[in-house]
Structures are given as structure tokens and as C-alpha cells.
Ligand binder design. Structure first.
Ligand code: SAM
Ligand code: SF4
Length: 327
């Protein structure tokens, strides 16, 4: 029988989000401060060998789903080499990637061949000027990347749209139509008060229940399901293949079903996106820990997982912004 990692609240941990860098080639205003340069020093980055060791240990402990994220994972040099190595690990059954798609046109084929099965792509707007205002980047690169990913056969491709009042909430219907046209899955996300950037964006926070009601006036939405075990609650547009997910950490938190932990680029295991509970694996890895000791350390770390985030009760509490933890 495969062992399972369990936390003090009886939740099974079967999913790890692996941040391979805290750097990014965009600057989404709700995520990373403009002009930010205080990145983790390269000596502290886990090497590909160290990452492979940790993910293999998680795999032996029953964590068979891995999402590679960041920062922007594609800015980490030779990322496809790492994803190929991870997908070949016996414990890894599902390997996916979260990306802003800026460099996806270049890497889609090699990532797909190397065993990445599913992609999540951030896209908050379909208007080039607005895209520039939100991210400081070029929309055309992202669209190019998305089309390359579609041609490379990724399925599903999930579009993640952070919906913000007065910023892009007028585009949700356009995004539905875009996803219908291209066969993408769409997920709306509520802004979270992660770091000062996330907190500054709280003025633009919008409860997704409002968006859902608005969409119901235009589309026939019926309850939907998507494999993947994530926190999104799905609705399907009747008569189509389009699933629309609502990720509502603020208006309806989903902590009771949380099944994940996060490993940051410096080898810190974060137990919750919205809390500071963590366990440092890097010192152990660099002090010659054995594989069985590594597994024991991971099992011990699970005891630190808190019951829930406190984004609403204590919005000032998380000083890390999203790209530091691995969103
Ligand atoms: N760079 C990749 C990307 O953008 O998809 C992966 C990392 S990014 C931190 C992961 C997700 O976190 C993105 O979908 C982004 O929109 C979301 N995110 C970042 N800051 C956020 C915030 N304050 N509230 C809600 N979502 C946030
Ligand atoms: Fe970069 Fe992703 Fe954060 Fe945007 S959301 S700044 S693309 S890490």
C-alpha cells in the first residue's frame, strides 16, 4: 500500500507545488513590486539534483502530483531538463506547469515531449494596452505562447484570470468566448492579500459570486467537474466543453480540503499560502541527510500544517508576495 502523508487535521497531502525561481519576466502589479530586486541568491537555489531528490522522497510518501511554478518557471535556465527528470520519477503521476506563457512559444514542444501534461496560464486581459498596464509585458507573446501550447497538444490548458474591479471585470464574458473558441478551460481567481502588492490590490477585490451571477444571465451554467483535485469549483457552459472554475480563497475558503504543500526555490517547505509555518529542507540536503532521514523530516514537517489561512481576519499577516512562495 502507498503510504500517505497526513496533517494534524486528517487531511491527506498528495500534491506539491514546486517553485523553481522567485524571478519573473513580468511584473503583475498584484504580485511582484515594480523595481523589485531582492531575489534569492543563486547559491540558495535548490539545484536540479536536490529538487529531484526532494520530489522523489515526496513521491515515495504518496505525493504523486507535482506542479512546477514560480515566479516564472520558464526563466529558470534549462527548465525542460528538470521537468523531464521529474516526469521520469516513479512516484510522479501528474506533472503540470503554471506559466505566464511569455516564453511558451519557444518551450512548448520540448516541455510536452518531456512529460509535462497540463498547463495553467495566467491571462487577465485580452487588451494589449491593459495587459501592459497590469503586467508591464506584451500580450502578443502570451497569445503566441498559448497557440504554440495548443498545437503541442497540452490538454487541458487552463487560463487563470485574476478578476479585479475596475481593472478587468468588464472582460469576463470576452474571456469566456475566447476560451470557448480555443478549447481552453477558464478559471477566475479572487485577489489575495499576499504581501504589499496583493494588499494594495485589495481595493480591486471582487467577490466571484457576483461574477458567477452575471455570467448566469448570459450563459446556461450547469454544475461541472474537472479532474485535478484543485480548489476551483466548476460550472460548465451547457452544450459546450467549457468548464469555468471559480477560485474563491476570500469569499468561500476551501482550507478543509487542502491537499498541498509548497516548496520554494531556496528549499523551504511552506505549509500554507496564507501562513508562515515552514520547514527548511536545504540545510538538511546540504548536510548529507540520507533518503530515509529526508522522508522522516518531511513526515515531521506535516505536523506544522495550520488549519486554515487567515486572509480575511488578518490580511496584514503574509509579508511574502505570491511569486516568493510559488503561487
Ligand atoms: N508566473 C506564473 C503565472 O503567472 O502563472 C506562475 C506563478 S504566479 C505567482 C501563479 C498565480 O498566482 C497566477 O495565476 C497569478 O495570477 C496568481 N497571483 C499572484 N498574486 C496574486 C494575488 N495577490 N492574488 C491572487 N492571485 C495571485
Ligand atoms: Fe510573474 Fe506570475 Fe507574478 Fe505575474 S503572477 S508577476 S507572471 S509570477
Amino acid at each position: 500500500m502507498t503510504p500517505t502523508l497526513t496533517d494534524p487535521f486528517g487531511r491527506h497531502i498528495e500534491y506539491i507545488r514546486l517553485s523553481v525561481t522567485d524571478r519573473c519576466d513580468l511584473r503583475c502589479f498584484y504580485c511582484m513590486p515594480e523595481g523589485f530586486t531582492d531575489f534569492e541568491t543563486p547559491e540558495h537555489w535548490l539545484t536540479f539534483d536536490e529538487i529531484e531528490r526532494v520530489i522523489a522522497a515526496f513521491g515515495r510518501l504518496g505525493v504523486n502530483r507535482v506542479r512546477v511554478t514560480g515566479g516564472e518557471p520558464l526563466v529558470r535556465k534549462e527548465l525542460p531538463q528538470l521537468t523531464s527528470r521529474l516526469s521520469a520519477l516513479p512516484g510522479v503521476e501528474d506533472l503540470s506547469l503554471s506559466t505566464n506563457a511569455v516564453q511558451l512559444a519557444k518551450y512548448s514542444e520540448v516541455l510536452r515531449r518531456g512529460g509535462v501534461q497540463r498547463l495553467n496560464v495566467s491571462l487577465d486581459t485580452l487588451k494589449p494596452e491593459r495587459f501592459k498596464a497590469i503586467t508591464k509585458g506584451k500580450l502578443e507573446k502570451v497569445i503566441e505562447g498559448l497557440m504554440a501550447a495548443k498545437a503541442a497538444g497540452f490538454n487541458p490548458i487552463k487560463i487563470n484570470m485574476v478578476v479585479m474591479k475596475g481593472v478587468n471585470d468588464d472582460e469576463v464574458e470576452k474571456m469566456v468566448d475566447f476560451c470557448l473558441k480555443h478549447g481552453f478551460t477558464l478559471r477566475f481567481i479572487e485577489t489575495m492579500p499576499m504581501g504589499d502588492t496583493g494588499r494594495n490590490a485589495s481595493d480591486q477585490y471582487i467577490d466571484l459570486q457576483i461574477i458567477k451571477k452575471r455570467l448566469m444571465q448570459r450563459y446556461d451554467l450547469v454544475p461541472g467537474v474537472m479532474p485535478g483535485g484543485g480548489p476551483a469549483r466548476y460550472m460548465k457552459v451547457a452544450g459546450t466543453d467549457l468548464n469555468i472554475g471559480f477560485i474563491t480563497p476570500m469569499s468561500q475558503h476551501f482550507c478543509e480540503t487542502c491537499n498541498r504543500v509548497r516548496l520554494s526555490v531556496d528549499g523551504t517547505l511552506y505549509m500554507c499560502l496564507g501562513q508562515d509555518h515552514n520547514f527548511e529542507l536545504r540545510p538538511l540536503l546540504r548536510n548529507g541527510i540520507s533518503d530515509s532521514e529526508l522522508e522522516a523530516a518531511i513526515i515531521k514537517a506535516m505536523a506544522l500544517k495550520p488549519e486554515r489561512h487567515e486572509f480575511s481576519d488578518k490580511p496584514g499577516q503574509v509579508v511574502r508576495f505570491m511569486s516568493m512562495t510559488g503561487g
